[in-house]
Design a protein around this ligand. Sequence first.
Ligand code: GDP
Ligand code: MG
Length: 442
Amino acid sequence: ALNERLSDVFDRITGRGVLTEADVDTALREVRVALLEADVALPVVKDFIAHARERATGEEVIRSVKPADQVIKIVYDGLVEMLGGEEPVPFNLNASPPVVVLMAGLQGSGKTTTSAKLALRLSKTERKKVLMASLDTRRPAAMEQLATLGQQIEVATLPIVQGQSAVEITRRALQSAKLQGFDVLILDTAGRTTVDEALMAEAAEIASISRPTETLLVADSLTGQDAVRTAKAFHERLPLTGLILTRADGDGRGGAILSMRSVTGLPVKFLGSGEKIDALDVFDARRVAGRILGQGDIVALVEKAAEELDQAKAEKMARKLARGKFDLDDLAGQLEQMKRMGGLQGIMGLLPGVGKLKGQMAAAGVDDRMISRQQAIISSMTKAERAKPEILNASRKRRIAAGAGADVAEINRLLKQHRQMADAVKAMSKGGGKGFAQMARM
Ligand code: GDP
Ligand code: MG
């Protein structure tokens, strides 16, 4: 199993002095094999390993941290990042009602069950008035199945009319939802056992008629590589907005989740975690990363490692600040700290003599959501750009904006803010920044 394999790796590294490049390579070779064994797609594994290597070697290697902890931290961070980051992408109900949710996927993937799970969640926790409609004209039992589930959870289903096509039912469902004032309409489409043209054409037509706010691909996480191929095929034809992976309760490895997310680039919104009607969990990258690594003590170790890393980073930064240097990597480090420590009271408050910087951050209106976006912007830049933001031209800014889901104005604001901070750091180091020098000596 992946987690056993990883703990073997970490055991071997434990107790040695520093994390060398050779250590990193050895560990990552094992991680690579382990991920492949966990059925993570090869290109995904390659990508992951390259990323982890880049992070592990060079600047980020901090000698004061125990090597095993450091590798765990890097692998864990890499997994969280590849799974879409710490903050889940929220389920979008932001449209004028009826908000349409389209469920697509192969037969048996769990569409009907998941439609009902989602309906239950929306009606119970969000207090939405939900209508479900089955568009599965090929299997009469499928419509009955949805109706039965609807009764069970007290959610309305569109009355069954024999002999209508999926497109006709879609129109009728939209009409009913509008006339009867439903907030949300969940469309449960038909599936085949394999992806085929007829299935895709029908799904695409339904999507173009119903203009869904969320188009979710439901996929069985136990089917591994097949699920990944399916996801790709659907993604090419449908405006998918997210994934729901079912049978996560049986997928101890989490490999499919990692592959699907990485191959499609789509956020995983929910995980189906059982046959029961309330077994639907909001996707949490940290939990899945923890599961892939192995639960409990390893995750606790990661947290400990993170704290140690923070401290080592703070010392390193203090030395840098003392020399009057403050680049975008430093800003990224600060943002991470601020988030972890709960906003502006973070590392800025711990370093002596930086009240001024704090004031500037506050004046710039930095809040947690903005912090996440700024982190995304910075991580979309190359290493050279982070070190020397002056080299960013208009076209690179546009690319970065697209990559980070931000706009160019936001990048410019971030750069301006960084310039101000860098100037302040410079001024302070010149003006006898005793605090910095002190920290540097520690
Ligand atoms: P559809 O053909 O895509 O509509 O699939 P169904 O919703 O009919 O589900 C097929 C089977 O998978 C049913 O027996 C479900 O109970 C089961 N199922 C769906 N989701 C999950 C899940 O998250 N975990 C488990 N263990 N079973 C599930
Ligand atoms: Mg079904």
